[in-house]
Every structure is written in C-alpha cells, then in structure tokens.
Design a protein around this ligand. Structure first.
Ligand SMILES: Nc1nc2c(c(=O)[nH]1)N(C=O)[C@@H](CNc1ccc(C(=O)N[C@@H](CCC(=O)O)C(=O)O)cc1)CN2
Ligand SMILES: Nc1nc2c(ncn2[C@@H]2O[C@H](COP(=O)(O)OP(=O)(O)OP(=O)(O)O)[C@@H](O)[C@H]2O)c(=O)[nH]1
Ligand SMILES: [Mg+2]
Length: 454
C-alpha cells in the first residue's frame, strides 16, 4: 500500500491561481482537515470532481485563503488512487503554508513525476503515455504539442500494440509446429509465418523512420553554425536565442568551445550550436576548437554555413560549403546585411541562400522560412505516432532486428524453436516500448526528467 503524497502543482511565481494536489489513501482526509467548506458539509462527503468553496486553514488552524477544493476516489482519478486538490490564490506563501498544513496531517512531499508514476503503476496509462506527459509540458511549438497530445491519448501505444498483437497471433503457428517437432513446417504454414514476419518488419521499419522527425519535434533540430572566423556565427546565435549567449568581438577566433542554445525559429525548435571559426589554427586551444567544429558538423541535422557578406566569397568558403553539404542539408547564410554587400557567388549546385543581419534582425524571417522548407511540420507519420526519444527508438530497433533474424531463420530452415526465440525477443522489445513489461531502471530514468507535482 502506498503512502500519501502532496505537492504544489503550479509554478513557483505568483499567479492568479495556485494548485496543491494530493494522492494516496490519506489524501481525502488530509485535504478535508485543512479545508472548511462554506456550505458546512465536510469535503469528504462531496461528490467526486465537484468543486467546493470554503476556507483554507494553515497548520495552526488560522484561515490563510478562500479557496476551492475537489476530491476523487480511486480508481477514478488521475493516479488511480484517492486524490484531492486545493485551488488557492496563486501566492507562493499561501501554497507553502497549505503544504505545511498537509504535512502536519502526516502527508509527505511528492518527488518529481511521482503522481504520473503512480498513474503508470496503477495502469492508468502506459510508459509511452507517461513520456508524453513530460513531452507535452516541454513542448515549444504547436507541432510538438500535437505530437505529445496524440501520444498521451495512446496513438503510439496503439500503433505498437497492433504490431505486438500480430506477432502474438503468429506465435500460435509456431506452437502448432513445435508440437510435431519431427515434421517439416508445412509450406502453407511457412507462408503464413513469412507473410506475418514481412508485415511486422515493414511496420517496424516505418515506425523507426518516424524517429528523426519525432526527436526533432520533441527535442529540437541539431543545427550547426559553421563558417570562417568573424563570419558572424556567435552574433547569429545571440540573435536567435534572444540574449547574449556567446561572446562576440571583432577578433577573429573569438569562439573556441562549442556553445549551444535552444531557439524557436518559426514553427520549429532548433538546438543551435555555435562553433569556432574554421581555419588553420594559430594555437593549440584554437586547433581543438576547430576539431570540435568539425565534430559538431558531423552530428548536425541542419547546417547554417555563414559567410561574411561584407567581404568577397573565398575558396575557403567554397570548401566549407562542400564539406557541410556532404553531412547535412545546408543553408548558405550571407551575413552582415546591414553593411554594403559583396556580390553573391554563383555556385553549382546552388544551396538555399538567406541574406541577413544579426545586428538589425533583418532576414531572420527568411531564415525561418528556409528552415521550414527543409523541415516541414506536416507529412509522414500521424501526430502522436512518432518515436520521440532514444529509448523508444532503441526498443523499436531491437524489435525490428529480432523480426529480421526470425525471417532469416525461416529462410534458412532453422529449427522452429530458434525462430520462436526471435519472435519472443521482438515481443519483449515492443513490451518495453509501451511498458507492458516495466523495468525499474527505465522508469527511474524517465521520471527523473519530470517536475515535482506532475
Ligand atoms: N486540476 C487539474 N487539472 C488537470 C489535471 C489534474 O490532475 N487536476 N491533470 C492531471 O495531471 C490533467 C488531466 N488529467 C486527468 C486524467 C484523469 C482524471 C480523472 O479523474 N479521471 C477519472 C474520471 C473521468 C471522468 O470523469 O469520466 C477516470 O478516468 O476514471 C483527471 C485528470 C490536466 N489537468
Ligand atoms: N555590422 C554588422 N556586424 C556584425 C554582424 N554580425 C556580426 N558582426 C560583427 O562581426 C564581428 C565578428 O562577429 P562574431 O559573431 O563574433 O563572429 P564569429 O563568426 O562568431 O567569429 P569567431 O568566433 O571568431 O569564429 C563582430 O565585430 C561583430 O560585431 C552584423 O550583422 N552586422
Ligand atoms: Mg564566435
């Protein structure tokens, strides 16, 4: 039996409303002890999810707010346990005093994500849905909200369950074969198994193919700012971030280490990584910086190649452009647009070009449009059905590998029990994805990223 937890569910700043929530066997009694309904009837006796108006009391019994309260009896609640909420004025001090009053009732402070963790353990949602709660809270763009909301309502889970169920159906055919180990698999049955494996493989490949889009949506597109020293990379990072994230000076070779900032640009979120200007380095520190620039380029899903638009395009610029395009979609950014411009070179092939000024902000919208063209927000994979994190992708990859192995075994005429093992491994990987088989180490990692009160 779990204990009773409480937390402030709303943000730490003063606001219109602040909410305390409780969950566990003592939740309703504890909330009732600190809340005196104006109507006189005890909070415990109110209907589930009804809002009751009354006075909120501190640990010493003094009135600290006029508030609303509501209770829900398990299993019909968010966590599946008895729950209660106190909706106060959004004063951090009121909320703190109310929380202390609840602690005096024997309730303890909830840890990060503990409410959602209880919802998961009580079968109110699966692991993919619990992850969607965190994604939804972190979402920075409409597309990220739609993806997380779809996953929260079970879209990804249903897609995975479909593949899972089909594989379970296939297992029945294996068992039929295993019962008569001396006979060959009859051709009709082998055909059914082959088709089933082929379908599962296709669906798993399609699911895995959603990972790039999904992780860019949820975590931002890794975007490298590359260019010669003084091209204006750090200035652009600052303009995109909206604050002075990186040091800017007229001295070429200012940036040494990579500097990252999450930036919203139009309808996408970028993880912009500013790098050291690439050139033959003068010293050891700069040489390592240039190495890091190249490593960043290799990891990027989008490259902004910056060229100082106030001076002529050079052979070094051309070489960098070639290097960048070999790694990822590249936009040529012609910087310092507020200064007299040098002519744009004619290039073959001509990359998308954006002229801008980090100083005036002119051209940033054109940059947003150019990025949106490379990463359109619609398209492949319905909202909520995308894989958005490495854990999910690895589980899907393991399932795909196991199914592919099973298919190979079938073609090679390997014993049915080896085949069976492969399919069971695929099922276990899929179960990990949705959390049908929950692993403590995995859940601990997932809930570490939650906030207290969620
Ligand atoms: N005030 C408040 N807002 C909130 C939450 C909350 O706990 N409190 N939520 C949480 O973080 C989210 C909503 N999620 C919820 C999910 C299920 C139930 C619930 O009580 N379900 C019952 C009854 C449903 C019904 O009336 O039909 C059930 O499923 O049996 C409540 C909230 C977002 N907004
Ligand atoms: N007029 C004007 N000057 C700019 C603009 N962007 C950058 N500069 C100037 O160009 C110089 C270099 O800018 P940085 O942003 O530090 O260039 P960088 O590419 O990060 O340089 P390194 O870190 O040395 O590789 C600074 O003096 C900036 O003020 C711009 O849009 N307009
Ligand atoms: Mg710099």
């Amino acid at each position: 039996m779990s204990d009773t937890i409480a937390a402030i569910a709303t943000g730490p700043a003063p606001g219109a409303i602040g909410i305390l929530r409780l969950s566990g066997p003592g939740a309703i009694a504890a909330a009732s002890a600190v809340f005196r309904p104006a109507g006189g009837r005890p909070l415990e006796e109110s209907r589930d999810r009804q809002l009751v108006y009354g006075s909120l009391l501190g640990a010493d019994g003094a009135v600290i707010d006029q508030a609303l309260a509501t209770i829900s009896h398990g299993p019909h609640s968010y966590t599946g346990e008895d729950t209660a909420e106190l909706q106060c004025h959004g004063s951090p001090m009121v909320l703190t005093l109310a929380l202390e009053a609840l602690f005096a009732q024997g309730v303890r402070q909830a840890g990060p994500g503990e409410f959602t963790r209880r919802a998961l353990l009580n079968g109110r949602m699966d692991l993919a849905q619990a992850e969607a709660v965190a994604d939804l809270i972190d979402a920075e763009t409409p597309a990220a909200v739609h993806q997380a909301a779809g996953q929260l309502s079970g879209a990804l889970s249903r897609r995975v369950q479909g593949i899972y169920d089909a594989l379970v159906d296939l297992l029945a055919h294996f068992h039929a074969v295993l019962d008569y180990p001396d006979e060959d698999i009859d051709p009709f049955r082998a055909d059914t198994i082959r088709t089933g494996l082929e379908t599962a493989k296709g669906e798993l490949s399609a699911l895995l193919a959603t990972y790039d889009r999904g992780r860019y949506l949820a975590g931002g597109i890794p975007c490298a700012l590359i260019g010669r020293p003084n091209a204006g990379k750090s200035s652009l990072l600052n303009a995109l971030a909206g604050y002075e994230r990186a040091i800017v000076t007229p001295v070429p070779g200012t940036t040494r280490d990579t500097v990252e900032a999450r930036c919203r640009l139009g309808s996408v979120t970028l993880r912009v990584i500013d790098t050291a200007g690439i050139r033959e380095a003068a010293d050891e520190v700069e040489r390592i910086g240039v190495e890091r620039s190249r490593a960043t380029l290799e990891e990027a899903a989008l490259v902004l190649l910056l060229c100082d638009g106030s001076v002529p395009f050079t052979a070094e610029d051309a070489a960098l452009l070639k290097e960048a395009t070999a790694h990822a979609p590249t936009i040529l950014v012609w910087t310092k647009g507020d200064l007299p411009a040098a002519p744009l070179p004619a290039l073959d092939p001509m990359p998308p070009v954006v002229e801008l000024s980090a100083k005036t902000g002119q051209g940033l919208e054109a940059l947003a449009k150019a990025v949106e063209r490379l990463f359109p927000s619609g398209g492949q994979g319905a909202a909520g059905e995308l894989l958005t994190n490495l854990r999910q992708a690895q589980a899907a990859r393991r399932a795909l590998d196991s199914v592919a192995r099973a298919e190979d075994s079938l073609e090679a005429g390997i014993t049915p029990d080896a085949l069976l093992t492969d399919v069971e491994e695929a099922l276990s990987a899929l179960g990990e994805l949705t959390g049908a088989n929950l692993r403590e180490d995995i859940t601990a990692r997932i809930f570490a990223r939650f906030c207290v009160g969620k």
